[in-house]
Write a protein that binds this ligand. Structure first.
Ligand SMILES: *[C@@H]1O[C@H](CO)[C@@H](O)[C@H](O)[C@H]1NC(C)=O
Ligand SMILES: *[C@@H]1O[C@H](CO)[C@@H](O)[C@H](O)[C@H]1NC(C)=O
Ligand SMILES: *[C@@H]1O[C@H](CO)[C@@H](O)[C@H](O)[C@H]1NC(C)=O
Ligand SMILES: *[C@@H]1O[C@H](CO)[C@@H](O)[C@H](O)[C@H]1NC(C)=O
Ligand SMILES: *[C@@H]1O[C@H](CO)[C@@H](O)[C@H](O)[C@H]1NC(C)=O
Ligand SMILES: *[C@@H]1O[C@H](CO)[C@@H](O)[C@H](O)[C@H]1NC(C)=O
Ligand SMILES: *[C@@H]1O[C@H](CO)[C@@H](O)[C@H](O)[C@H]1NC(C)=O
Ligand SMILES: *[C@@H]1O[C@H](CO)[C@@H](O)[C@H](O)[C@H]1NC(C)=O
Ligand SMILES: *[C@@H]1O[C@H](CO)[C@@H](O)[C@H](O)[C@H]1NC(C)=O
Ligand SMILES: *[C@@H]1O[C@H](CO)[C@@H](O)[C@H](O)[C@H]1NC(C)=O
Length: 620
């Protein structure tokens, strides 16, 4: 305790600079006090207070890094006082803003700032420290710490750690990696691609599996990192949600994310890799669009029914908690909803991360209006992104092609390809996907075809199933499904970490997949039984996609099954034939066979030996 007292002197010296080291004090907008944090007020309040006893403080939610640039990367941790390990509940309760304009005070803010130091080294012992700094945090930002490590070398691995100032209380050791310089000739790069981790639905084994193999450089997350609905009873069901009901307030969103950050495999992935995530609907609310979601209309009725949180306020709460907790940059601090951004990863590839969900999306299917949206699906005015982002997107594709990057990866939430769902559903159309925004899809395809932009790879999550397709403009451009000729790229869509897929047995799921590939000739592989993820191994001459399935997510285990592998050769703009070399483990292949080789460990046989798995886990 004596070792660390914040004195007036130490504060006065570098108040503003030091507080701003923690990027979350400017989030989600530095221009507007009601949106961001009024740092001088926080700093002034801090002057009057004493620090925490370092032994009262805990790095309960681990460390994380993300949004790598060639010479910098974002580092994250949370350092919370005793009793507030789950989430800060001293700042806000219910739907009150953090800053009260009438009284010019913060509501129930804990007055005590916490000080942490961070260091970045080229080895795990920090024998050479390449960057370091000091940051403060308070309950205003849920005790989160987000700093930018600088002065780094491109495409280089680093270790980092946070320490409570003046103490030996240290965070777990993190590992991270910068991006290649835009001009670097990168010979190979690996990504693991995830979506849809639903905590009450199952354990996040998929996150841990890629970390345990350790064959990749970065993690891409396409959204549905958390879910907003409530399930189960805390204290009774091991994966019951906290809060127990659907979330609306800032406190709710913070608490929910904090709970997700207790899953050991998620913690491991964050600790080991820089992440590049975007949100989908469930980070805010199911089937969101610019002005509501399936469970919240922009009307007084809906507002009153849901405890008096408006559509905009709820989105604000969710977005604020997301930026506090995710190790990412805000590329435009004056546009607090903006998450769309891009990364140049050497000459090898450009990664364009889109927000087809919350930024400026035209109305989507909300349950009660599905027929209406089906009628609107071809309207020219409909956009998934809004014109600002949509034009930026096309510009990014062109810029990437003209700078000569080999590949263009589009990190997008929803399925891009046209899918006839008849084999799965009574309604062929899922208008919550790009299928409900066909003019926007045509504009994208037109941009790719008319500018001869090659080597574009769409990534997608959201659907809880695996879909691998040639990227085609049916009824407009010729397409030969046996050779792939006429296609303008490929789409790799991945299953969920734990959200429910087709359900049923492997047999019934594969039957649906067989119907889907039959009804959709550009769809080369469909699979809906397994939870999992995929890895992309990228070189200047080809991309290999390796799809993995988790035999079960009903308990923590490190098992996985290789489901299918695909190759795309640079310049081909379609999946290499024979697709998947003609054989996959499960699902249905357009022209090829399914050979199940690993029957003992499939979920139906249930031949598990839980205790034997413990030893396989990496120790923390
Ligand atoms: C810190 O976290 C550990 C592990 O979760 C827990 O055992 C310990 O009680 C916590 N300490 C404090 C001071 O909250
Ligand atoms: C919230 O505060 C109460 C009382 O101050 C405390 O008992 C509880 O553990 C806190 N809950 C969380 C989730 O931090
Ligand atoms: C780091 O320290 C450990 C022991 O603490 C030692 O075994 C290891 O060789 C050291 N590594 C480096 C890179 O200095
Ligand atoms: C939203 O409005 C529609 C149409 O009035 C209604 O059917 C639906 O129940 C409303 N949803 C909510 C959550 O209030
Ligand atoms: C979808 O496929 C079914 C065959 O399963 C076919 O009857 C139907 O016409 C197709 N619908 C569309 C919109 O392509
Ligand atoms: C999209 O392109 C297809 C193929 O040319 C065309 O049939 C369809 O009418 C277009 N839809 C819209 C909304 O432009
Ligand atoms: C089957 O999958 C399990 C789980 O990943 C793995 O341990 C085992 O080696 C696999 N067996 C075969 C024959 O591939
Ligand atoms: C995928 O490729 C790996 C080798 O990279 C191989 O071990 C695995 O069996 C393949 N999976 C399938 C389903 O063919
Ligand atoms: C297909 O088989 C060839 C030859 O065995 C191998 O080099 C290649 O990696 C395989 N491709 C995939 C996608 O499994
Ligand atoms: C499960 O593993 C444990 C520990 O290795 C062993 O003692 C036990 O016999 C195994 N049970 C079965 C059913 O294989």
């Amino acid at each position: 305790m004596a070792a660390f007292l914040i004195t007036a002197v130490s504060f006065a010296s570098a108040v503003t600079a030091t507080w701003h080291t923690n990027l979350n004090y400017a989030s989600p907008s530095r221009r507007h006090i009601s949106l961001g944090i009024d740092v001088p007020t926080v700093a002034k309040r801090g002057l009057e207070t004493r620090a925490w006893d370092p032994t009262q403080l805990n790095f309960t939610h681990g460390v994380a890094s993300g949004d790598p640039y060639p010479t910098s990367v974002i580092l994250w941790t949370r350092i919370s006082p005793e009793g507030e390990n789950d989430a800060s509940n001293v700042t806000v309760e219910g739907n009150v803003p953090l800053y009260n304009h009438d009284t010019e005070t913060y509501i129930k803010a804990s007055p005590n700032p916490i000080c942490v130091e961070y260091q970045v080294g080229s080895d795990r012992n920090f024998s050479r420290v390449v960057d370091k700094g000091t940051a403060y945090t308070t309950s205003d930002i849920d005790y989160t710490v987000k700093v930018e490590a600088k002065n780094l070398q491109p495409f280089t691995q680093y270790y980092y750690q946070f320490t409570v100032c003046g103490s030996s209380n240290k965070s777990p050791l993190g590992r991270t990696k910068t991006s290649p310089d835009a001009e670097d000739d990168v010979s190979k790069l690996g990504l693991a691609v995830y979506s849809c981790s639903n905590y009450p639905n199952g354990y996040f084994n998929a996150y841990g599996n890629a970390a345990r193999k350790d064959k990749i450089d970065y993690v891409i997350h396409l959204g549905d990192y958390i879910y907003e609905t409530g399930k189960g009873t805390l204290g009774k069901d091991p994966r019951a949600t906290n809060p127990s009901d659907e979330i609306f307030t800032l406190y709710d969103y913070r608490t929910r994310i904090a709970q997700y950050r207790t899953d050991l495999d998620l913690l491991l992935s964050h600790r080991q890799y820089p992440w590049i995530p975007v949100w989908d609907d469930h980070e805010v609310s199911n089937n969101g669009y610019r002005d509501g979601s399936s469970n919240l209309n922009n009307t007084e009725d809906s507002f009153l029914k849901d405890g008096g949180v408006s559509v905009d306020q709820r989105k604000m709460n969710a977005v604020r908690a997301y930026f506090e907790w995710m190790p990412i940059r805000q590329v435009d601090m004056d546009d607090n909803l903006r998450i769309w951004r891009s990364f140049q990863l050497g000459k090898l590839l450009d990664l364009i991360m889109l927000d087809t969900r919350n930024y400026d999306r035209s109305i989507t299917t909300l349950g009660w209006n599905n027929e209406y949206v089906a009628e609107l699906k071809d309207d020219a005015g409909r956009s998934l992104m809004g014109s600002h982002q949509e034009n930026w997107f096309y510009g990014q594709l062109s810029k990437s092609a003209s700078r000569g990057a080999t590949w263009r990866l589009v990190g997008n939430q929803i399925i891009f390809s046209r899918i006839n769902n008849t084999a799965r559903s009574s309604n062929w159309l899922n208008a919550d996907q790009w299928d409900g925004y066909t003019a926007n899809r045509n504009r994208t395809l037109h941009h790719l075809y008319s500018n001869s932009i090659s080597n574009t790879v769409f990534l997608a999550g959201d659907s809880h199933a695996n879909w691998v397709s040639d990227l085609v403009w049916l009824d407009q451009m010729p397409y030969d499904q046996s050779t792939g000729a006429g296609s303008v790229g490929v789409e790799f869509a991945g299953t969920a970490v734990s959200s429910t897929g087709f359900g049923g047995t492997i047999g019934s799921a594969n039957k649906k997949s067989a119907g889907l590939v039959q009804d959709n000739r550009e769809l080369q592989w469909s699979e809906g039984y397994y939870r999992g993820y995929y890895e992309l191994h990228i070189t200047p001459s080809e991309i290999t996609a390796n799809y993995y399935g988790c035999p079960t997510v009903s308990f923590r285990n490190p098992l996985e099954i290789s489901l299918a592998n695909f190759t795309v050769k640079a310049g081909d703009n379609h999946l290499q034939r024979s697709v998947a070399n003609g054989t996959v483990e499960t699902g249905a292949l357009q022209r090829g066979s399914v050979k199940q080789t690993n029957v003992t460990l499939n979920t139906e046989t249930g031949m598990w030996n839980v205790t034997a798995f413990d030893q396989v886990f990496i120790q923390y």
